[in-house]
Design a protein around this ligand. Structure first.
Ligand code: URA
Length: 197
């Protein structure tokens, strides 16, 4: 069950999870995508970033967060003293919604189990939810604004989850970078404590 996210040792490795879904057609995005964007990074990462869904660049390359927002995320990871390869980066939806429209409830419903499998395989120490959509979906708090959710740890089946603003939002509202820096500093503090203790 979901209670085992942090402790289950019978999880499938990421490669197996990917092979089982690489030709997914559980929703209509399977017919409009160019590439499925599974996620990438360290399979034993202490920190996982979860975004919303692939955009145009990600759909073309089959990799998460490689467009303008992705470049900003890469900078944030660097400012945390980490490299992209140290962490794991993925999305709630693995396929691009046409025109980057918001994910539909039925798309989330069929796709979220793949993310849950990924998180069970990686068993991170911390999850960072990027933006309203990832935060509300993972925390089952539809309707609660990111301004309210961000800035403190929530419990995701035993794993501390920090919601923060999406990097695409920061591109439009650079002033909010200050809050994101505060949020990721809280993450860095927990990671450092676990490293030394
Ligand atoms: N925005 C997201 O939420 N995810 C990506 O992979 C790219 C942009």
């Amino acid at each position: 069950t979901m209670m085992t996210v942090g402790t289950n040792r019978t999880e499938k490795p990421l490669e197996e999870i990917y092979r089982a879904m690489e030709h997914c057609s559980l929703c209509s995005l399977g017919t409009t995508r160019k590439n499925l964007v599974f996620g990438e990074g360290n399979p034993a990462a202490a920190l996982v970033f979860v975004g919303e869904a692939p955009g145009a660049d990600e759909d073309l390359q089959g990799r998460p967060f490689v467009g303008r927002a992705g470049q900003l995320l890469t900078k944030i990871i660097g400012a945390m003293g980490l490299k992209r390869e140290d962490v794991y980066i993925c999305n709630i939806l693995k396929c691009r919604p046409p025109g980057n429209r918001n994910p539909l409830p039925e798309e989330i419903e069929v796709c979220e189990p793949h993310l849950i499998e990924q998180l069970k395989a990686i068993r991170p120490r911390i999850i960072c939810a990027l933006g309203t959509f990832a935060a509300q979906t993972l925390l089952k708090k539809k309707g609660i604004p990111i301004t309210v959710l961000r800035g403190r740890f929530h419990d995701y089946h035993g794993i501390p989850l920090m919601p923060t603003y999406h990097p695409a939002y920061l591109l439009r509202n650079p002033a909010a970078k200050k809050q994101v820096w505060e949020d990721v500093q809280q993450i860095m503090k927990v990671l450092a404590e676990e490293e030394s203790g």
